[in-house]
Design a protein around this ligand. Structure first.
Ligand code: DGP
Length: 112
C-alpha cells in the first residue's frame, strides 16, 4: 500500500517523533500551522474517520488519552485544538487517520 504515514511508521520516511508505542505514533507536522503542531496516528492503516467502525475504533480511546499526555508534555496548559480532516471537502491530504494537535498560541475562533 502506498501510504505516506505507513512509510513514516515503518521508518522509511524520517519524522520527528514525539511519542511511540505498539499501537500509535505521534510526530511533528512537516508544515506546522501553530508553534506546536503534532500528528497522532494509529499504526494500523485506517483511511480516516470515515473508515472507523466497531471493529477498529478501540484505538481511539488510546489515541485520545495520549493526546492529553502529549499536550501536557508540550506545555499546552492554556488549551489547544484537536482536528481530523476527512475526505475532499474536509481537505484531508493524507489518507491515513490522523489527529492534529495544534497549540502554543491563541488560536482563531473560526473552525472553517
Ligand atoms: P491533512 O491535510 O489533514 O490530511 O494533514 C496531513 C498533514 O500531514 C499536513 O498537515 C502535512 C503533514 N505531512 C505531509 N507529509 C508529511 C511528511 O512527510 N512528514 C510529516 N512529518 N508531516 C507530513
Amino acid at each position: 500500500m502506498d501510504c505516506l504515514f505507513c512509510k513514516i511508521i515503518a521508518g522509511e520516511i524520517p519524522s520527528t517523533k514525539v511519542f511511540e508505542d505498539e499501537k500509535i505514533l505521534a510526530f511533528r507536522d512537516i508544515a506546522p500551522q501553530a508553534p506546536v503542531h503534532i500528528l497522532v496516528i494509529p499504526k494500523e492503516h485506517i483511511g480516516g474517520v470515515d473508515e472507523l467502525n466497531e471493529d477498529n475504533s478501540a484505538v481511539l480511546s488510546h489515541i485520545f488519552s495520549k493526546i492529553a499526555e502529549i499536550a501536557k508534555q508540550e506545555g499546552l496548559s492554556n488549551g489547544y485544538r484537536v482536528v481530523s480532516n476527512v475526505g475532499e471537502h474536509g481537505c484531508q491530504s493524507v489518507r491515513h487517520l490522523h489527529f492534529h494537535i495544534l497549540g502554543g498560541k491563541q488560536l482563531g475562533g473560526d473552525m472553517v
